[in-house]
Design a protein around this ligand. Structure first.
Ligand SMILES: Cc1cc2nc3c(=O)[nH]c(=O)nc-3n(C[C@H](O)[C@H](O)[C@H](O)COP(=O)(O)O)c2cc1C
Length: 179
């Protein structure tokens, strides 16, 4: 039995749902696990000694990973380096197979190359288009990206590109990562 922390940032709730599915799968596999947003972890603190495996997820928002999450993982780099770790990113460009690998996805590749904290493992998930629930400006900006990459542009589009079976498979895979 492993003790696992699933830590995430989510702008609109989709990465939170992926993190929750990972957490549920880890528990279903007979492990102990906690699920926490980076905001909660940052404010309340956490007992790192409890965890052998830390899984960290973040969406790509305007080409970047959340600043608070990045600062948090770098602040605790020494602790994380002593544990089994995995990082998953969520983005719309990852809906195409070529951009769904750490090498093919420029945001994730740059993060893995340049960030001081380096996870032992990385994975990508395609995210969700949710125009009706996004603000006017965000919708316009993503519609522009979608137009350039032949994605959906209808203002009513809500499309979940995440492969939920892969989310479960990823959770099980994370349990095999060594510190
Ligand atoms: C404001 C905004 C900016 C985004 N920027 C990008 C981007 O630069 N590249 C990309 O591939 N996806 C982008 N996305 C898509 C998100 O990564 C995707 O919708 C993801 O599922 C969001 O997860 P969340 O609901 O946890 O925030 C953006 C979405 C929003 C709302």
């Amino acid at each position: 039995m492993k003790s696992v922390l699933v830590l995430y940032y989510s702008h609109g709730g989709h990465t939170a749902r992926i993190a929750r599915r990972i957490w549920e799968t880890v528990i279903a596999e007979g492990n102990q696990a906690d699920l926490m947003s980076v905001m909660e972890a940052d404010r309340e603190g956490l007992d790192w000694n409890k965890y052998e495996l830390v899984i960290i997820g973040c969406p790509v928002i305007y080409g970047k990973f959340n600043r608070q999450l990045v600062a948090f993982v770098n602040r605790y780099k020494a602790i994380l380096d002593a544990k089994a770790t995995s990082f998953f990113s969520v983005s719309l460009v990852a809906r195409t197979p070529a951009k769904c690998t750490p090498e093919g996805n420029v945001y994730t590749r740059k993060f893995l190359e340049n960030n001081p904290w380096k996870p032992k493992d990385a994975h990508l998930f395609a995210g969700k288009v949710d125009y009706p629930n996004w603000g006017w400006l965000d919708t316009k900006a993503i519609q522009m990206i979608m137009k350039m990459t032949k994605g959906p542009v209808e203002p009513t589009a809500i499309i979940d590109y995440t492969d939920w079976e892969d989310v479960k498979e990823y959770a099980r895979h994370c349990l095999t990562i060594q510190a």
